[in-house]
Write a protein that binds this ligand. Structure first.
Ligand code: CMP
Length: 141
């Protein structure tokens, strides 16, 4: 069983897509084992996306991610990291496959509705960024 961190970004929350996004994950068999709504400060967004600090879009991305409420969740399932990424689709909604979250709801590369961890190492770091071990309800319990 694997776990991954997913975020519903400000464009998803502001357009009332929380339920729709969670539906995509749940209908694919991923289990929500932790969930919360919060608003990141600019500093927190910078910490969360620290691996992108040299990228030209870092400042804009972290402004955007701290611009409004987001939903953070931990998804659990077989190959949860890869499956979550498949369900989300490519970063750029214009390049995302039909039937993916980003193809369906994404607006552009930045306002692409969802985030998902890209490796086991990022998943561990990103889950710990938002949740403590006590917050995680195992899908098997
Ligand atoms: P996410 O999965 O949250 O991880 C890093 C984010 O950077 C990515 O989704 C995109 O939203 C954002 N991103 C990647 N490339 C660009 C880009 N060229 N311009 C703006 N944002 C980008």
């Amino acid at each position: 069983m694997e776990r991954t961190l997913s975020l519903i970004k400000p464009d998803g929350v502001s357009r009332n897509l929380i339920g729709e996004v969670i539906r995509f994950f749940e209908k694919a068999g991923l289990k929500v084992v932790a969930l919360k709504m919060l608003r990141l400060t600019k500093e927190e967004a910078k910490q969360f996306y620290i691996v992108h600090k040299e990228r030209p879009f870092y400042d804009s991305l972290t402004d955007y991610m701290s611009s409004g409420p987001i939903v953070a969740m931990v998804l659990e399932g077989e190959n949860a990291i890869a499956r979550c990424r498949e369900i989300m689709g490519a970063t750029d909604p214009a390049e995302a496959a039909e039937g993916t979250i980003r193809k369906t709801f994404g607006l552009d590369k930045e306002k692409n509705t969802v985030h998902g961890s890209d490796s086991p190492e990022s998943a561990a770091r990103e889950i710990a960024f938002f949740f403590s071990e006590l917050d995680l309800i195992s899908g098997t319990r």
